[in-house]
Design a protein. Structure first.
Lengths: 143, 219
């Protein structure tokens, strides 16, 4: 699978590294080339420093032939716009978008974007973890 | 009209002032604290602090009853999200977005934001029409009519030089509105004969631009 990952922060870098290890063809885009230091030293994919909203950069990253596009920059709006460019202009089959703001996620889900909201997921994870503790505490306080 | 403006930079600010002056009800939305402070000293109740991309902010700003929303932040992605949220959540009738990178126009159009203003493009057109030498510049697009206003200069090699207009095969829905010859305006009729170096302002159908280029032999 040919994947373009936009954003080489912690998540982008780990995702790119794992995809590369699984033998997919990966290209990572980030505004700053320093971000590429987060990648595994054995990373075989391509690294492109530049603005992922820019057509030229996206084409250089091979978006024309990509099977998947993942937008994980630290800006919800950048992710939203880049994902829509991938889907509407380049017709990439699988487009994934990280959106931190749950309300914005709602709107863009309705507009047909496939999104992942860390805020909701992580707070649910913490809730579940706490519930284990809470229940046992309540149990021991039973009169 | 009730107008919402997202983005309190210079464009947003002057737009607000202008529209208020024209008697409209305007609310400017700015997210930066210190910028908001400065703006509120001048605009008072006509500016609120908030991120215009957020549905809750737009709701509080009365987006439901807004006639127009104008997104003029300095970032295309923010303008895009403001417009999409306004359209999807609040069905605002008229949505106008500022486009900093003119190449994003196709995306905005595909996503149903049909009025985009690109300062870059506008300035480029104006500069191009000031440059000496042969030119073929699209000055303006009248999107809803499907027409363009073009500014072109006639090269000496053009097949239309020396011919009266009535004998030139113009594309349909094309009108040569004005000819400037040695700084003098000429309102052309069928008898007007075009000369080399004439500057012609034409109204033409958007898809007839190519045809016009060929007919006039312009670059």
């Amino acid at each position: 699978m040919k994947v373009v990952v936009l954003g080489c922060g912690r998540v982008g870098a780990m995702l790119a590294t794992k995809l590369d290890q699984a033998n997919h063809s990966v290209t990572v885009i980030d505004l700053s080339s320093e971000a590429f230091q987060r990648l595994s030293p054995r990373f075989r994919g391509e690294k492109i420093a530049g603005n992922g909203l820019d057509e030229e950069i996206l084409k250089r990253a091979g978006i024309d032939t990509a099977d998947a596009f993942v937008a994980v920059t630290n800006g919800d709006n950048r992710n939203i716009m880049a994902s829509q460019i991938a889907r509407e202009i380049y017709n990439v089959k699988k487009v994934l978008c990280r959106i931190y703001d749950p309300l914005r996620q709602n709107t863009f889900n309705e507009l047909g974007l496939e999104t992942i909201c860390p805020t909701t997921i992580v707070s649910d994870l913490f809730l579940n973890a706490l519930n284990g503790t809470l229940t046992s505490q309540l149990g021991s306080k039973n009169p | 009209m009730y107008i919402l403006i997202g983005g309190g930079g210079d464009v947003g600010y002057y737009l607000t002032r202008n529209l208020l002056g024209q008697g409209h009800e305007v609310l400017l939305i700015e997210k930066g604290s210190s910028r908001y402070q400065t703006l509120s000293e001048d605009l008072g109740q006509s500016v609120i602090k908030g991120d215009a991309c957020e549905a809750s902010v737009l709701e509080d700003a009365g987006a439901r009853r807004a006639d127009v929303i104008i997104a003029v932040t300095g970032d295309d992605e923010d303008n895009l999200v403001i417009c999409q949220v306004a359209k999807k959540r609040f069905s605002v009738a008229r949505i106008i977005a500022r486009l900093n990178n003119p190449r994003h126009e196709a995306l905005f159009e595909k996503l149903g934001i049909d009025v985009t203003v690109s300062p870059t493009k506008a300035i480029l057109s104006l500069i191009e029409s000031e440059l000496p030498g042969p030119r073929f510049v699209q000055l303006m697009r009248l999107k809803r009519a499907g027409l363009e206003i073009l500014d072109m200069s006639i090269p000496s090699s053009s097949p239309v030089v020396g011919k009266p207009l009535s004998q030139i095969n113009l594309p349909r829905r094309c009108n040569l509105a004005l000819v400037i010859r040695e700084r003098e305006p000429i309102f052309p009729t069928g008898d007007t004969v075009l000369q080399a170096n004439d500057e012609v302002y034409a109204l033409v159908n958007s898809d007839a631009e190519e045809e016009l280029r060929r007919t006039f032999g312009t670059m």
